[in-house]
Write a protein that binds this ligand. Structure first.
Ligand SMILES: [Zn+2]
Length: 109
C-alpha cells in the first residue's frame, strides 16, 4: 500500500472516483456499492476491501494490519470517504457489541 501511495496515487485516485461514481447514494448520504456484498478492489496485485482502499487513498494513509476502517454510518457497504474513520480492531469489536446490545444486525442496515 505504501508504494501505491507513493508511485501510483493518480491511478489509485481514478479508481476511487470510479468506485464512487458507480456507487449508489442512499438517503443517509452513503455511497453504497453494488451488488450488496462487501466489494474488494484489485489493484497492482493487491486486494483489499473497497472502503479500506478508498480511505487509504483519500487520506494518504498507510494502514497497518491492526488498524481497521470503521463506518460511522454503520453501513458496511458504504464507501463514502466522509463516513469512514480509522480505528483499532478492539474499537471495531466494541461497535459489534453495541449492535448486539441494541439488537441491530449491521449486515441488515
Ligand atoms: Zn455511509
Amino acid at each position: 500500500m505504501a508504494t501505491i501511495l507513493e508511485d501510483h496515487r493518480d491511478e489509485a485516485l481514478k479508481w476511487v472516483s470510479s468506485l464512487l461514481e458507480n456507487a449508489t447514494l442512499d438517503e443517509n448520504g452513503c455511497c453504497v456499492t453494488a451488488p450488496t456484498t462487501r466489494q474488494k478492489v484489485r489493484f497492482r496485485g493487491g486486494q483489499t476491501a473497497s472502503y479500506r482502499f478508498v480511505y487509504s487513498i483519500v487520506n494518504e494513509e498507510v494502514l497497518s494490519h491492526d488498524e481497521v476502517v470503521r463506518h460511522w454510518c454503520h453501513n458496511p457497504l458504504c464507501i463514502n470517504p466522509a463516513h469512514l474513520e480509522i480505528g483499532s480492531r478492539r474499537e471495531n469489536k466494541h461497535d459489534d457489541w453495541l449492535f448486539a446490545a441494541y439488537g441491530v444486525d449491521p449486515m441488515c442496515l
